[in-house]
Design a protein around this ligand. Structure first.
Ligand SMILES: Cc1cc2nc3c(=O)[nH]c(=O)nc-3n(C[C@H](O)[C@H](O)[C@H](O)COP(=O)(O)OP(=O)(O)OC[C@H]3O[C@@H](n4cnc5c(N)ncnc54)[C@H](O)[C@@H]3O)c2cc1C
Length: 413
């Protein structure tokens, strides 16, 4: 019987395996960890935002400089098809007020359980605690794969291999990005893995650090170097700097600016609902004897936002010349670096799409397919990450099954 090998049991690898199984091809799936889908389960802790219900052209616009292969995979497995696929597993979904789509139970475990059960019923064979440590193409067109397992080194050969090894964040969950050096050594061009949807570092004073953990609700961040770089949302103050969904949404643009300029000064609007003039009037009208903190509190600013205003004045006393109203509307915060990649929600970089055919096969290695976060694409949070992992996994799996069928003789066990 024809057998394919899938390496990586995250959403992309599982989706590729499902396509192969549905095409009647038997699948051996290997994963380094003791169980599958660990990062997927972690995503479930935040409610598992599977996709987004916005119109399709807006959806596609969330993938900056998306390569054609990715757009084509997404067009064939859109947010609507993803939701249908989840329903097929018997998991109900709902659309949140922001358009984000979640399973009704807001968890990943029931979905993963049903998915694995369905795949095993189709014949999926899983091999956990099997870490791919080396691979090479043999003269007969087969791939020689080396795995480290608790029982020792395992060698096996396969004609068709799908790799879905993930990015390099949350390494303790399995994806550590170590595959990239082997790919480069095999002559496959890769872009460096970089933190995406991540926090950024700020040199806070000790006083500011005492506000670590405080949410900055209903603020907007303006990236002054971009014409369309202003967004409303929620950020979080941390010991190291700033995090939160609003910061993640802007992280790609901030990362690029940091790369070019070494630091990035963003402008926080702490009171987006009010104009600068209205704020100036309210501050001036406050009864004499009220401190600036009391005046700012009367405006509706909480302790963390007030601390930010004082921090800006303390760090550069001349900023007070612009007036407190202007500070409240455009408070400069200098970001010094992205937080380490291991803390990031996702990674940018990975296998360069110039190496990948429309079928997600590595051009110079016929029979080797790649999918998911290990490919060089980027997207904000909002369900765009999982949708792209599923869409590329599906495309790679379908193409791999065609490859297996065409090369049947060579594959037969
Ligand atoms: C905290 C957090 C919350 C998130 N929330 C969301 C969300 O709500 N919505 C969303 O869309 N996305 C979310 N994401 C992102 C999403 O989880 C990832 O984009 C997605 O899991 C990537 O899928 P993947 O299959 O490409 O890789 P992974 O899920 O990382 O899977 C890769 C697999 O490959 C295995 N592997 C790696 N190297 C080897 C090797 N050498 N040998 C064998 N096996 C190996 C790993 O063990 C792992 O199981 C979140 C991420 C994090 C960290």
């Amino acid at each position: 019987m024809t057998t394919a090998v899938v390496i990586g049991g995250g959403p992309a690898g599982l989706m590729a395996a499902e396509q192969l199984l549905q095409a009647g091809i038997s699948v051996d799936l290997y994963d380094a960890m003791p169980s599958l889908g660990r990062k997927f389960l972690l995503a479930g802790i935040g409610g598992l935002n599977i996709t987004h219900a916005e119109d399709w052209s807006s959806f596609l616009s969330r993938y900056p400089r998306a390569p054609n292969q990715l757009v084509s995979a997404l067009n064939q497995f859109s947010s609507v098809q993803f939701v249908d696929w989840v329903h097929d597993l018997g998991v109900e979904t709902f659309v949140g007020s922001s358009g984000r789509v979640f399973p009704r139970e807001m968890k990943a475990a029931p979905l993963l359980r049903r998915w694995l059960q369905r795949s095993r019923e189709l014949g999926l064979r899983t091999h956990v605690r099997h870490r791919l440590t080396a691979w090479r193409l043999l003269a007969d067109g087969q791939f020689a794969l080396t795995f480290a397992t608790p029982q020792g080194v395992l060698q096996r050969e396969a004609t068709c291999v799908v790799m879905a090894l993930g990015g390099a964040s949350w390494a303790k969950l399995g994806s550590d990005g170590r595959w990239l050096a082997d790919f480069e050594q095999a002559g496959i061009r890769c872009q460096p893995l970089q933190a995406s949807n991540c926090g950024f570092e700020v040199a806070w004073s000790t006083h500011m650090m005492s506000h670590a953990g405080a949410p900055l609700k209903n603020v907007s961040i303006n990236l002054p170097w971009l014409s369309n770089g202003c967004r409303l949302g929620e950020a979080v103050l941390t010991q190291h700097g700033l995090e939160g969904s609003l910061v993640y949404a802007l992280s790609a643009a901030i990362r690029e600016h940091l790369l070019m300029h070494g630091q990035a000064t963003i402008l926080l609007d702490l009171c987006p609902a009010q104009s600068q003039e209205a704020i100036a009037m309210a501050l001036a009208k406050a009864p004499k004897g009220k401190t600036m903190s009391q005046r700012l509190r009367a405006l509706g600013l909480d302790a963390a936002k007030i601390a930010l205003v004082h921090e800006a004045v303390k760090q550069s006393p001349q900023t007070v010349q612009v007036g407190y109203a202007e500070l409240v509307k455009a408070l400069p915060v200098t970001l010094l670096a992205a937080r380490p990649i291991d803390e990031a929600i996702s990674c940018a970089g990975g296998v360069d799409f110039c190496e990948i055919t429309a079928q997600f096969m590595v051009q110079r290695y016929p029979g080797l397919f790649c999918a998911g976060e290990m490919l060089d694409w980027d997207a904000p949070t909002g369900g765009y990450l999982l949708t792209a992992c599923m869409a590329t996994g599906r495309q790679a799996g379908m193409a791999a099954s065609e490859f297996c069928t065409t090369n049947q003789g060579a594959n037969d066990d």
